[in-house]
Design a protein around this ligand. Structure first.
Ligand SMILES: [Zn+2]
Ligand SMILES: [Zn+2]
Ligand SMILES: [Zn+2]
Length: 134
């Protein structure tokens, strides 16, 4: 709880119950979460508030979009060096073909020489079997 409050304060965001709940859910799960997952985990969340909360966290560099799949968007926590409106992720987003969970593979970062092209968004996707399903 304290950790989520610190995160929000660092980003100059007001500490609200829903923001803390959503951040905690991300911290407790190693895989990415869709709004549907969050509603199932947290129960009784107002859909509009949830979407608004995710948008704020996204804008402030606390969560990033891991994957968009079948009209669902999966979000994951950012590492500490994301700033407002600038996400700098170069890790692979892995979808498990068996349990269908989406993981951020932070360790599997990929160095690409973009030859002068300025990249704003990285979209590195992989699929296969996760460590639990292998
Ligand atoms: Zn980020
Ligand atoms: Zn799996
Ligand atoms: Zn990620």
């Amino acid at each position: 709880m304290d950790e989520t409050k610190e995160l929000l304060k660092k980003k100059e965001l007001r500490v609200t119950q829903i923001r803390c709940q959503v951040l905690e859910a991300f911290q407790e799960n190693e895989h990415a979460l869709s709004p549907q997952d969050l509603q199932a985990l947290l129960g009784g969340l107002d859909r509009v508030s949830l979407y608004r909360t995710l948008q704020v966290l996204l804008d402030k560099g606390l969560v990033h979009k891991a994957l968009e799949k079948n009209t669902q968007t999966y979000y994951a926590l950012c590492d500490s060096d994301c700033s407002d409106h600038a996400h700098s992720h170069q890790h692979v987003h892995f979808t498990c073909e068996s349990c269908e969970k989406v993981y951020c593979l932070e360790q599997a970062s990929i160095q690409v020489d973009t030859k002068g092209y300025q990249v704003h968004t990285w979209n590195l996707n992989a699929s296969g079997l996760c460590v639990n399903c292998r």
